[in-house]
Design a protein around this ligand. Structure first.
Ligand code: ISE
Length: 342
């Protein structure tokens, strides 16, 4: 197998051209340097073909394995629905191809652990998991601030995660596994420790949420050191996309995600604009995430969130789903962290 470093431009297969895959393919074409989309894969042949036709030198496939076997494919970006991730990641690992896998790594901790084990057998990291908030300049500054120790030991984290609306098929469990998964990762990353228990509380549902959906939800995460993180997750807030976080430490507090401006004063009022969705709010973070992945892959390295991070987030979300259903605090069941991820 030729090393990915053997090509000056990384040929990427994009698996799944729904909202996220299409946005990433456009990003690889227009924004990221050092890569180009040489293959797109979608279970719907027509959609794959239509998409490939719009990109120079790109071939359409319906099977990930066929794309991964192509000579012009050096790396794989997985943006298909979560249940399809395991097979695609394992296929890429079998060929030692660099992978960027959108979250969730897989839908449940047992299958996520199988991916971790496959990478362990390979003996080196090849997978970056798509927790893009780590690449958001504000979140990155928050992390650096915590590293300085100026805020003292972090005691609490307050997260707000509001979507204007979610698709009609979005379930109450998905508010945890698809949305709160980001806060789980950010909490683990900012505090540099594991989440040990989850409690999900349900306020009365918003009348704007689809009938029968528990929306919003309030999630409490406990960590190894005894810090607490709360998450307001609101799938149908109606007014825009807002993601905010505040760390409260022993000697100070810091928050990110207040709207970036401009703050406009006119006609006796002041105000600003709220971004409509995550594609716009985190566009810069996605750009940086993909560029980092491409840069690393072209030099044979793998950086960023690991399969362990993907597995740990899935294990925490799994506890969250159980807590939501059973109405009680649920301890997170986590395997021992292998040396490759320490
Ligand atoms: C979506 O899948 C994302 O990953 C977004 O970042 C998140 O805000 C949204 O709630 C999820 O559905």
């Amino acid at each position: 197998m030729s090393a990915p470093t053997s090509r000056s431009v990384l040929g990427v297969a994009v698996i799944g051209v729904g909202t996220m895959g299409a946005d990433h393919a456009r990003r690889l074409r227009d924004v990221v340097s050092g890569a180009r989309v040489t293959a797109v894969v979608d279970t719907e042949a027509e959609r794959a073909k239509e998409f490939a036709d719009g990109l120079d030198g790109c071939t359409a496939y319906t099977e990930p394995a066929a794309a991964m076997a192509a000579r012009d494919v050096d790396a794989v970006l997985i943006a298909s629905p979560g249940p399809a991730h395991e097979e695609a990641v394992l296929g890429a690992l079998a060929r030692d191809l660099p992978v960027l896998c959108e979250k969730p790594l897989t839908p449940d901790p047992v299958s996520a652990l199988r991916v971790v084990e496959a990478e362990l057998r390979l003996g080196h990291r090849r997978v970056q998991v798509g927790f893009m908030r780590r690449y958001d300049p504000e979140y990155a500054r928050l992390r650096r601030l915590l590293d300085t120790g100026d805020l003292g030991r972090p005691l609490m984290l307050h997260h707000r995660h509001r979507n204007a609306a979610q698709p009609p098929w979005f379930t109450g469990d998905m508010l945890i596994t698809d949305s709160v998964a980001h806060e789980v990762d950010v909490t683990r990353w900012l505090l540099d420790e594991e989440v040990t228990a989850v409690t999900v509380l349900r306020p009365r549902p918003s009348a704007l949420a689809p009938e029968g959906l528990d929306d919003p939800q309030f999630v409490l995460l406990e960590t190894e050191s005894g810090a607490l993180a709360d998450v307001e997750i609101f799938g149908h807030c109606g007014f825009g996309y807002q993601v905010q976080a505040e760390v409260v430490g022993e000697r100070g507090a810091a928050r990110v995600g207040d709207e970036p401006g401009p703050r406009v004063s006119t006609a006796g009022r002041w105000g600003g604009r709220i971004t409509p969705d995550y594609l716009e709010r985190f566009a810069d973070a996605y750009d940086r995430e993909l560029q980092a992945w491409v840069d690393a892959a072209r030099t044979g390295r793998t950086t960023g969130p690991t399969t362990w991070d993907g597995y740990a987030a899935t294990a925490v979300c799994d506890a969250g789903v159980r807590s939501r259903r059973e109405g009680r605090r649920v301890a997170v069941d986590l395997a021992d962290r292998p040396a490759l991820y320490r």
